[in-house]
Design a protein around this ligand. Structure first.
Ligand code: AHM
Ligand code: MG
Length: 336
């Protein structure tokens, strides 16, 4: 079988995907090119001390940006010119990013976390870019309003991520199946490597930052105790794996089966609703996990049904293998 690129794969499935118009293809192409540029910089990160300190001026007299700022700028620069978007929202920007009137606009909205887990770069740990694509609700031609962007995750047209790891990979879904592509640096293309990913119904890994145990609610503690117990459905304790880099933790669990949790905790008021953001992190990963046969909840509600009230809303997140996530929901239902 000759290798299949992301765009070839998209076109092959075009009859199934009414949104796979030229504009959608263009949007994915720009995302892919941005990710290749980010990947190149991420791979050079270890050389930063040699080439010039971040935040200072390098030997060529250029300011060296922090990697997350760099990734953010690349995505905004490329996508605002693509002629397919009417607005963007980035985890790095407080407000909605409007498309300058000098550039043509389209009716898609792109929401992204440019470089999640970037605090891990020094440890040479995998990090990632997460994206979510919506269509505007209001008619084209008018100014986009916040309401166009604050849509439930179930309205996403597509979602995906790039993981910059031992290989750079892209996983995306446009609703029917989640597909993985690996960047072949020798040809500069993402090639289909993981078609129609299905997460095992019952996982063998739980991923959570257990140092917050004392700040968790009762259902979360019961859930984690259950995963550690030899008397669970698996009949033996789950393996504990936590990198602390969402895309990397999610990606591993997607392929091997398991659950990732970032619960609410009571440490300080701002963390009560969890750390991760609904629109930039939870909703896109929830769309992927559902396309792969898994589930995502905040403990009480399906992530994809939560109505965002603000752009940077945080949400508790339990995401992964169906039976493992169902267990969380069960503990929330039975624990007062
Ligand atoms: P960031 O958006 O500041 O990079 O933080 C998000 C990261 C996730 O990648 C990861 O899952 C989580 O923070 C880890 O948080 P903690 O250190 O509290 O376990
Ligand atoms: Mg993030």
């Amino acid at each position: 079988m000759p290798p299949v690129t992301v765009i070839e794969h998209l076109l092959l499935h075009q009859t199934e995907l009414p949104m796979a118009t030229g504009r959608f293809t263009r949007l994915l192409n720009e995302l892919i090119l941005s990710a290749k540029i980010i990947s190149r910089e991420v791979n050079k990160a270890g050389l930063v001390d040699i080439l010039g300190f971040t935040g200072e001026v390098n030997v060529q007299g250029e300011a060296v940006l922090k990697l997350d700022e760099f990734a953010n700028r690349v995505l905004i620069h490329r996508l605002e010119r693509a002629g397919v978007l009417c607005a963007m929202a980035s985890e790095e920007n407080a407000d909605l990013i409007e498309i300058p009137s000098a550039f043509p606009a389209g009716d898609y909205i792109l929401i992204f976390d440019p470089l999640d887990g970037s605090s891990n770069v020094e440890g040479n740990v995998s990090i990632g870019t997460i994206f979510s694509i919506h269509r505007r609700k209001s008619p084209e031609g008018k100014n986009v309003i916040l309401d166009d962007v604050l849509q439930i995750g179930a309205n996403q047209v597509a979602a995906g991520y790039f993981v910059y790891g031992s290989s750079t990979m892209m996983v995306y879904t446009a609703g029917r199946g989640a597909h993985g592509f690996t960047l072949d640096p020798s040809v500069g293309e993402f090639l289909l490597s993981h078609p129609d990913i299905k997460i095992p119904e019952l996982g063998k890994i739980y991923s959570v930052n257990e140092s917050y145990w004392n700040y968790w609610d009762e259902p979360t503690r019961k859930t984690v105790s259950y995963f550690k117990s030899p008397n669970n459905e698996r009949g033996q304790p789950y393996n504990s794996r936590y990198i602390g880099s969402l895309v990397a933790d999610f990606h591993r669990n997607l392929l091997t089966g398991g659950i990732f949790m970032y619960p609410a905790d009571s440490r300080e008021p701002k963390k009560i609703r969890g750390k991760l953001r609904l629109m930039y992190e939870a909703a896109p990963l929830a769309m992927i996990i559902e396309a792969a046969g898994g589930m995502a909840t905040d403990g009480k509600m399906r992530i994809l049904d939560i109505e965002p009230q603000e752009l940077h809303q945080r949400v508790p997140l339990y995401i992964g293998s169906k039976k493992d996530v169902q267990k969380v929901i069960e503990f929330y239902q039975t624990t007062s």
